[in-house]
Design a binder for this molecule. Structure first.
Ligand code: CS2
Ligand code: MG
Length: 408
């Protein structure tokens, strides 16, 4: 079997997605997600202009060799654009291999280690009543673990918080602010640090001690501020505190760790195992947040999780709606197979997105399952996709009240 065609497809059903389609002379088709939120066309060009022709004539079964060929062969390693492009190739080849085997992909990764993957959803509200409504909605949808983001007194907009959920707004469209330039949000870390523990106290009082609760700090604190927050949140028994400090600085977590037993998760903006070297070997985190789509695909993610497992660190794969259903399905096959599964983020795609991407994964009683279709179990409808042309959309930028640009 050889690769005969590699097509890069861009569509925008509610938000932008980049998908690689690899076709073989046997007529098998594999899909890979190459979506890099806000920089989509850079990855599309990397694939179209520099990778697609290299794939023609290759044996699609040689996944490890193709991965190394693209990673080492380019000389310029790592980086989100490169690694998203390589991920798309890797996932598409796994899709083909599993289809050729007539098995769902998780079977090729070692088979199921569990009946389903515990998922967490995103509840948010500017004020406590709207936050509570959002938590209740998620519980009704079947979620058994919930991320909590709330407004901060004095700030008009806050990361992860829907302004008017009653009007149907979902913050997961955060970057799909379709405009030629990013919008600006505001930030005040001291106000945030004062407010967040009161929110978790209220949520625990209302919903009891059992519900696993998560929170995302989105890289906004210094190490000592993060240590303070972790400590203040200990009474509320968080499942994790995510991205408490800017992720590039691995050593920062040493300080945070020394001060708090709140479990820490990091890595959604990482793209190789090297970004975790200190974090894993020094056991500075509890959960690895990488996305399959942004970390080079299934091949390196499996190695990364096996590395993490040696230090009792678990998975918490990034699953916002800017990961396409193809990337989501790839995550679910890994979630089912690996031993050190922790939790899976699941925000749910919009109906338009699901018209383009026909999924077969399921969400039942809080657990996700990738389904039993051969391969990834996701089909891409090109006719529907063509109805949603690319539309520039940017993530917001963040500024302190005096105008200084801050981590977003
Ligand atoms: C977030 C993401 O899911 C998360 O934890 O941090 O929503 C993130 O903001 C987006 O993926 C950025 O594209
Ligand atoms: Mg996050």
């Amino acid at each position: 079997m050889i690769v005969t065609q590699a097509d890069v497809m861009v569509t925008s059903p509610g938000r932008n997605f980049v998908t690689l389609k690899i076709t073989t002379d046997d007529g098998l088709v594999g899909y890979g997600d190459a979506t890099l939120n806000g920089r989509e066309l850079a990855v599309a060009s990397y694939l179209r202009d520099h990778v697609a022709t290299l794939l023609i004539g290759r044996d699609p079964h040689q996944i490890e060799d193709t991965w190394q060929y693209l990673y080492r062969g380019a000389y310029w390693r790592r980086g989100p654009v490169t690694m998203a492009a390589i991920a798309a190739v890797d996932v598409a080849l796994w899709d083909i291999k599993a289809k050729a085997a007539g098995m769902p992909l998780y079977q090729l990764l070692g088979g199921a280690s569990r009946t389903g993957a515990l998922a967490y959803g995103h509840a948010s509200g500017f004020e406590l009543p709207s936050l509570f409504d959002s938590i209740r909605e998620h519980l009704e949808l079947g979620y058994r673990a919930i991320r909590i983001q709330s407004g901060v007194p004095g700030l008009d907009t806050v990361y992860g918080v829907a302004k008017s959920p009653a009007m149907g707004e979902r913050y997961d469209y955060e970057p799909a602010r379709r405009s030629a330039a990013p919008t600006a949000e505001q930030w005040d870390t001291r106000a945030y640090l004062r407010h967040v523990p009161t929110v978790f106290e209220a949520v625990r009082n209302e919903f009891g001690p059992e519900l696993p609760l998560l929170h995302d700090g989105h890289h906004r604190m210094t190490p000592i501020q993060a240590a303070k927050l972790g400590k203040a949140l200990e009474p509320y028994d968080l499942f994790w505190l995510e991205d408490c400090t800017p992720a590039e600085n691995q050593e920062a977590l040493r300080l945070v760790r020394r001060h708090t037993t709140t479990p820490l998760a990091i890595g959604e903006i990482f793209n190789t195992a090297f970004d975790y070297q200190t974090l894993i070997t020094e056991q500075l985190i509890d959960y690895v947040r990488s996305a399959v789509t942004h970390t080079g695909g299934i091949t390196p993610m499996k190695k990364l999780f096996d590395f993490a497992a040696m230090y009792q660190i678990k998975s918490g794969i990034h699953g916002p709606t800017d990961i396409s259903p193809v990337g989501m399905a790839a995550a679910l096959h890994l979630d089912l197979a690996i031993h050190n599964f922790g939790i899976q983020e699941y925000m749910r795609h919009s109906p338009e997105t699901l018209e383009v991407f026909r999924t077969s994964y399921t969400f039942t009683d809080g657990l996700l399952h990738p389904g039993e279709q051969p391969g990834l179990g996701v089909e891409y409808d090109e006719d529907v996709a063509d109805k949603f042309p690319y539309d520039p959309a940017y993530l917001p930028v963040n500024r302190l009240l005096d105008g200084t640009v801050h981590d977003w």
